[in-house]
Ligand binder design. Structure first.
Ligand SMILES: [Zn+2]
Length: 305
C-alpha cells in the first residue's frame, strides 16, 4: 500500500459503497451493499459500518464521504433515505476513525471532484458535474476547489428554473430542471404520452429510445433540452470550461446529450459561454467514490477536516 491510501465512502438511496483509494485515484478494493429499506436509522448505520470495517486497514490515513443531500452542519438528511433525518454521519465515522480526519460532502460534489480530478473534467479550471438520476444534482469545482456554499449545497443545478410555467417541483418551486429531467419525471411524461413497457423505468425508456420508439425519444429530447437550457445559464454565470453529465439517465448518451447540446447552443450567445463543452461523465458509478477519496487526500494535504 502506498502512503497516500484513503478510505472512500459513498452513501446512496439504493447502494452503500466503501473503497480504498490510492493517491492516483485508483480504487484498490471496493465493497458494495444494498441500502437497507427500513425506518430504522441504526440499521442503515450498521450496514454502512460493516462495509467500512471490511475495507479499512492500517494504511488508511483519512476518510472521505459522499452522501445524498441536503445536509447541514454535517447532519445528513438524504431525500431518498427517509430514516436519516439530521443523522450525525460524520460524527459516527469519526468515532471509529482513531483520530484520522473524516471529510463529508454532498454526493454530487464528491462526483464532481472525482470527474474533475480523474475523469471527464481533467483539464477544466471551472467544472460542473451533473447527476441525472432519481433527482438532478450537481457539484462545482473551480480552480481545483469544490464549491460548498455556506450550507454545503452549492451547485444544486436541479433547482435552476428552466421553464417559468413548467411543472411543480418536489422542492416546492416550479419549472425546475429536476421537475422535468429527473428519471421518474421523464418516465412519467412518456407514460402520459402513451408509452408503455413491462417495467416502465428509465432503463427500459432508454432501451426503447435506442430502438427508435418515438415517444421514448421525445421524452429524452425534452429532458435534454431542459438540461441544455440550465447548462447555458450556468455556464454564463460561472465561466465554465466543461460540464459532465453522469447518473443513470446519462446511459442514454447522445439521445440525451445531443438535444442538450442543441439547446445549449441555441441559448448560449456569448463567446465565453459557447466555449464550454458538454460531455458525458467518464467514471460511471465510481465517480462518487473516487471523489470522496480525492476529498480525503485534500484533507490530508491541507490539514482541513
Ligand atoms: Zn426544484
Amino acid at each position: 500500500m502506498s502512503a497516500g491510501v484513503v478510505l472512500a465512502v459513498d452513501v446512496g438511496g439504493t447502494k452503500l459503497a466503501a473503497a480504498l483509494v490510492d493517491s492516483g485515484g485508483a480504487l484498490l478494493r471496493t465493497v458494495r451493499a444494498p441500502t437497507p429499506v427500513t425506518d430504522n436509522a441504526e440499521e442503515i448505520w450498521a450496514a454502512l459500518e460493516t462495509i467500512v470495517a471490511e475495507v479499512d486497514d492500517d494504511a488508511v490515513r483519512a476518510i472521505g464521504v459522499g452522501c445524498g443531500g441536503p445536509m447541514r452542519d454535517e447532519l445528513v438528511s438524504p431525500l431518498n433515505i427517509s430514516a436519516w433525518r439530521d443523522f450525525p454521519l460524520a460524527d459516527r465515522l469519526r468515532q471509529g476513525a482513531r483520530g484520522r480526519p473524516v471529510v463529508l460532502r454532498n454526493d454530487a460534489i464528491a462526483m464532481a471532484v472525482g470527474e474533475q480530478s480523474h475523469g471527464a473534467g481533467r483539464q477544466a479550471r471551472a467544472f460542473l458535474g451533473i447527476v441525472v438520476s432519481t433527482g438532478v444534482g450537481g457539484g462545482l469545482v473551480i480552480d481545483g476547489h469544490p464549491v460548498d456554499g455556506p450550507t454545503g449545497n452549492a451547485g444544486h443545478i436541479g433547482h435552476v428554473v428552466v421553464d417559468a410555467d413548467g411543472p411543480v417541483c418536489a422542492c416546492g418551486g416550479r419549472g425546475c430542471l429536476e421537475a422535468i429531467a429527473r428519471g421518474p419525471a421523464v418516465v412519467a411524461w412518456a407514460v402520459e404520452q402513451g408509452w408503455s413497457a413491462p417495467q416502465p423505468d428509465g432503463r427500459s425508456l432508454v432501451a426503447d429510445a435506442r430502438a427508435g420508439d418515438p415517444i421514448a425519444l421525445a421524452a429524452l429530447t425534452r429532458a435534454g433540452r431542459a438540461l441544455g437550457i440550465a447548462c447555458a445559464s450556468t455556464a454564463a454565470l460561472l465561466d465554465l470550461d466543461v460540464i459532465a453529465v453522469g447518473g443513470g439517465l446519462s446511459a442514454a448518451g447522445d439521445l440525451l446529450l445531443a438535444p442538450a447540446t442543441a439547446a445549449f447552443e441555441r441559448h448560449a450567445g456569448m463567446e465565453f459561454v459557447r466555449r464550454c463543452r458538454l460531455v458525458v461523465a467518464a467514471l460511471g458509478t465510481d465517480a462518487g467514490l473516487v471523489g470522496a477519496g480525492v476529498l480525503a487526500q485534500q484533507a490530508l494535504a491541507g490539514g482541513t477536516d
